[in-house]
Each structure stands twice: as structure tokens, then as C-alpha cells.
Design a protein around this ligand. Sequence first.
Ligand SMILES: NC(=O)c1ccc[n+]([C@@H]2O[C@H](COP(=O)([O-])OP(=O)(O)OC[C@H]3O[C@@H](n4cnc5c(N)ncnc54)[C@H](OP(=O)(O)O)[C@@H]3O)[C@@H](O)[C@H]2O)c1
Length: 252
Amino acid sequence: MSEHKQTALVTGASAGLGAEFCRQLAARCEVVIAVARGDKPLAALARELAGEVEVHCVAADLTRTEGVARVMEALRQKGPADILVNNAGFSTWGDFERMAVNRQRDMLTLHADAAMTLCRAAVPFMRELGGGAIINVCSLGALVPGRGYAVYGASKAFLSHFSLALHEELRDSGIRVQALCPGFIRTGFHDAMEQQGFERESIPAALWMEPAEVVEASLQALPAGPVLVVPGADNRALARAALESQLGALRD
Ligand SMILES: NC(=O)c1ccc[n+]([C@@H]2O[C@H](COP(=O)([O-])OP(=O)(O)OC[C@H]3O[C@@H](n4cnc5c(N)ncnc54)[C@H](OP(=O)(O)O)[C@@H]3O)[C@@H](O)[C@H]2O)c1
């Protein structure tokens, strides 16, 4: 392992939070494996980071078995990865009964199945390295159920729950697992949701965060911070209120 280069694998690296993870991880790593469907934005990111870090682009649709297999192959060839960031994601907007089920299934596959599969592929390599870190990008929606994002929230709740349990299992391995649950972030994430009736303006300005702030909060918490990371005091208050309201149903 003496020739091993510090390596990060980031899914959803072509835009938003994932691209920002690549930028900030460029300062900590020698190699970034950047995964998304869009090969052009990935190539643009690789050009931007050239000179700072070695970038390997992997064009893959993670809702498809072949796409996940391609990423696992990249992990074998360009890895092992010290850091895995399962970040690729999207959301629909609207009541469940009006939604085409295939799109909901794709969301579940991407957030739950693909992320879990990549964790399963990465952990043995991390054990061999003697440590590592997994950041699973979940959402405040995992903690605050609500109308309009039933399957999105549930898929992120799977990922958050899974991350907390995996952290316990890997406690003595030197592998850190983080469930990152951000609130609203200024990225292109809401563009498609707006076509379905989501109104950006309905969200108070104070709740929006920049991708850089969210990634900083995540990476700062990584060494010894909490496993469940909710960036922003207002978001933590929203999460507490939702959890307290659920707890109310359990009181005798
Ligand atoms: N923005 C927010 O307010 C917010 C809040 C909480 C949590 N999050 C979570 O943060 C993560 C990043 O979101 P973002 O805000 O950065 O959104 P974004 O700007 O829309 O970026 C999403 C990324 O995921 C990739 N992606 C989407 N579908 C994919 C697929 N089938 N296979 C592979 N890659 C795919 C996209 O690349 P391609 O289109 O090129 O494939 C893109 O790189 C998501 O998991 C999201 O749920 C976002």
C-alpha cells in the first residue's frame, strides 16, 4: 500500500453539492473519481481541477445495474477509495398518488440501493487500508416527513438509518460513516421540481445554504463530529421539532 494515493470517490459530481465536494476534497486527496451521467460537465470539472488533483471521470447512471457495476470497476481499477461520498440524487415534487411509479422507483434505487451497494463495495478496501470515511448525503427530508416528497424523504430516511447502523458496525475499524442531512441548498436540484409546482419563493431566505457551507460542515464533522450532521441551526431546530412531534405519539 506504500504507493497508495489518497483517493475519493464522489457520485453526483457533475453539479451542485457533488462538484463542491470534489473541489474541497481536491485539497485533501491526490485522486478524485467523479461519477455522474453527464460526461461533459464531468470533463469540465476535471479541467477545472487539473493541476490540483488527478480526476477520473466515470459516466454512469446509478439507477441502472450496469451503471453501478461501472463504478465498482472504477473503484477496483483507480481505487481503493479512502473516502466515498454517496451524493447523487434527485427529487420529484407532488402527491404520491399523482406520481408515475417508475420515477419513484428510480429515486429509491439511486438513494438506497446504489448507495448501499457502493458502501458494500468500498468497505473491504477501506478495511485493507486500515480506515476511511463514507459520507452518505441524505436530507433534512429524511427527518421531517411532509407532503410532496413522500418517496424522496423515505428513500433518504433509509440512507440515514442505514448510515447510523453501519457506523455502529464499523466503530472499531477506523472507518467513519456520516449521514449528512442538509436542508435547502442553492443548486439546480429544485429546477425539475419547479416544473412540478414546487415554489422556491415559498422557502424562507434564511433556510437556504450555499453548497460550500454544507460541504465544509460535513468535512469538519468527519474526524470526530456527530454521525448525523444537519448543517444550519434553523435546520436542526426543524429536525428537533419534527422528531419531538413523532415522540409525542409514543408518550403514555
Ligand atoms: N439542493 C438541496 O436543497 C438538497 C437538500 C438536501 C439534500 N440534497 C441532496 O444532495 C445531493 C446533491 O444534490 P444537489 O443539490 O447537488 O443537486 P443537483 O445540483 O441536481 O446535482 C445532482 C447530482 O446527482 C447526479 N445524478 C442525478 N441522477 C443521477 C443518476 N441516475 N445517476 C448518477 N448521477 C445522478 C447529477 O448528475 P447527472 O445529471 O449528470 O447524472 C448531479 O451531479 C442529492 O442526493 C440531494 O438529494 C439536496
